[in-house]
Design a protein around this ligand. Structure first.
Ligand SMILES: Cc1ncc(COP(=O)(O)O)c(C=O)c1O
Length: 397
C-alpha cells in the first residue's frame, strides 16, 4: 500500500486545450488566462481575479498594491509565526518588514489576542493565513484591522473550498492570495491567483505582474493607436504605453498552458473538493480515539475546512518522538511531511530580523511536533481505513 502526499488531475480538456495552444503559437498570457481568471472569480464569488506565476507572487503582489494606497517601503505587516516560509518571504520580497505573532495551537492560525501588541504606527496590513485550510478567526482579526485602519490580506494558498460563517474564504479581506501549485485543489502546476472585490486593486495587480506597466488593456497591449484608452489619452498619442512603467513591478504572468491545466481542474472542482473533504472529515472523526497521544484541527459548526492535507500534532505527554512516528508511517508506505516551522525562530533565513528562540512557543511547538499527510482526490475510503489502522498499530507497539 502507498499513500502518496499529493497528486494532480490533468483532464482530457486540458490536454486538448494545450495541443490547440501549442499549435496556435500563442502561449504567453492571453485568452485562456482571462478565461481561467473569470471562472476562478466566479467560483470564489469575488468580482475580480488576477492570475500570476505562483502563490508566493500572489502574496507579494497583493502587498505591493498597498504602495499605491499609502504604504511606504519598510512599513510593517503582521504575519502569523507559523506558516509555509513563503508567507514571510513574500513580505520581505514586497519590500515590507514582517512582524510575527504567535498562533493558537488548536487552530494552527494567528492568535487574535496577540495581534494588538504587535501593531505600531508603521503597521499597514495583517496577513491572515488559513493554515491547512482551517479558516482563521476572521471576525476578531477584521475587528482589529478596522480599529487600526489596516488592510486585511488572506493567504488562502491552502484554503480552496473553505467557508467561514457562510462566506467563501477569499472574499473576507481586501485581497486573497491563492497558490495553484500541484499540491492544491485547483492547480495550474505552478501558479497563483489573487481575488478581490476592488477593481482599483485589480488594475494595479495587472500592472504589477507585468513589470509595473502603465496599462495592460487590449488596445495598449496591441498598441492600436486608434483604440481609445484612458491611459493612452493621459500620456498622449505618441507614447508607447507598453514602455511606460508607473510603479516598481514584477515579472509574474501566468501562461496559456498553465491556464489550460487550471481550466480543466475547475471542471472537476466539485468532485475533487467532495472527495478530499470526505477523506479529511473521516480522518478527523476517527482521530478522536487517539486524543491522548495525537491531535488534529477541529471543525467549528460555522465553518468548512478547505481539505488541503491532514495535520497531526504529537502531544507533550507521549513517550515516542516525531521521527519514530514518521519512520513507522514511511515503512508502511504513508508519505508525510513535517508541519511548518516558526518562521522567525526556526527558519534560519529569518535570523537577521533578530527574533529569539522561545518567543513563539505555540508555533515552535508545532514546528517540533507536527506532521501532515495527504488526503487528496486519488485516495479512497479504504486508504483512510489503512491510515487509521497503521496509526493504531504504531500506538500499541
Ligand atoms: C500557506 C502558504 N502560503 C503561500 C504558499 C506559496 O505558494 P507557491 O508554492 O505557489 O508559491 C504556500 C504553498 O503551498 C502555502 O502553503
Amino acid at each position: 500500500m502507498r499513500i502518496p502526499f499529493g497528486t494532480i488531475s490533468i483532464t482530457d480538456r486540458s490536454k486538448h486545450l494545450i495541443n490547440m495552444i501549442l499549435k496556435s503559437n500563442r502561449v504567453s498570457s492571453g485568452r485562456y488566462v482571462r478565461e481561467f481568471e473569470k471562472k476562478f472569480a466566479e467560483l470564489i464569488g469575488a468580482k475580480e481575479s488576477v492570475a500570476v506565476s505562483s502563490g508566493t507572487d500572489a502574496i507579494v503582489l497583493a502587498l505591493a498594491v498597498l504602495y499605491d494606497f499609502g504604504a511606504k517601503r519598510g512599513d510593517e505587516i503582521i504575519v502569523p509565526a507559523l506558516s509555509f516560509a513563503a508567507t514571510g518571504n513574500a513580505v520581505l520580497q514586497a519590500g515590507f518588514r514582517p512582524v510575527f505573532v504567535d498562533i493558537n495551537r488548536e487552530s494552527l492560525n494567528i492568535d487574535p489576542l496577540k495581534i494588538e501588541t504587535a501593531i505600531t504606527e508603521n503597521t499597514k496590513a495583517i496577513i491572515a493565513v488559513h493554515l491547512m485550510g482551517k479558516p482563521a478567526d476572521i471576525d476578531a482579526i477584521k475587528a482589529i484591522a478596522k480599529k487600526y485602519k489596516l488592510y486585511l490580506i488572506e493567504d488562502a494558498a491552502e484554503a480552496h473550498g473553505a467557508i467561514y460563517k457562510g462566506k467563501n474564504i477569499g472574499t473576507l479581506g481586501d485581497m486573497a492570495a491563492y497558490s495553484l501549485y500541484v499540491a492544491h485543489i485547483i492547480s495550474t502546476v505552478e501558479g497563483g491567483i489573487i481575488t478581490t472585490d476592488k477593481s482599483e486593486f485589480a488594475e494595479v495587480l495587472r500592472s504589477l505582474r507585468s513589470h509595473g506597466r502603465a496599462c495592460k488593456c487590449e488596445s495598449c497591449v496591441l498598441n492600436t493607436s486608434s483604440a481609445y484608452c484612458a491611459k493612452r489619452f493621459q500620456y498622449g498619442d505618441n507614447a508607447d504605453i507598453r514602455f511606460i512603467f508607473e510603479r516598481i513591478g514584477f515579472s509574474s504572468k501566468m501562461n496559456e498552458l498553465e491556464a489550460a491545466i487550471g481550466i480543466g481542474n475547475l471542471d472537476l472542482y466539485d468532485e475533487i473538493l467532495n472527495r478530499r473533504r470526505k477523506n479529511l472529515y473521516s480522518l478527523m472523526g476517527r482521530f478522536k480515539q487517539f486524543s491522548s497521544c495525537l491531535t488534529t484541527i477541529k471543525k467549528e459548526a460555522y465553518e468548512e475546512i478547505g481539505p488541503h492535507a491532514f495535520p497531526i500534532i504529537i502531544k507533550e505527554s507521549v513517550k515516542f518522538t516525531r521521527s519514530q512516528l514518521v519512520n513507522f508511517l514511511e515503512t508502511k508506505g504513508i508519505d508525510s511531511r513535517n508541519l511548518f516551522s516558526s518562521m522567525p525562530t526556526q527558519c534560519p533565513g529569518f535570523n537577521f530580523l533578530g527574533y529569539k528562540q522561545g518567543m513563539f512557543p505555540e508555533a515552535e511547538y508545532i514546528g517540533d511536533n507536527g506532521i501532515h499527510i495527504g488526503i487528496h482526490q486519488d485516495l479512497k475510503d479504504e486508504d483512510m481505513d489503512y491510515i487509521i489502522d497503521v496509526i493504531k498499530d504504531f500506538l500499541v507497539a
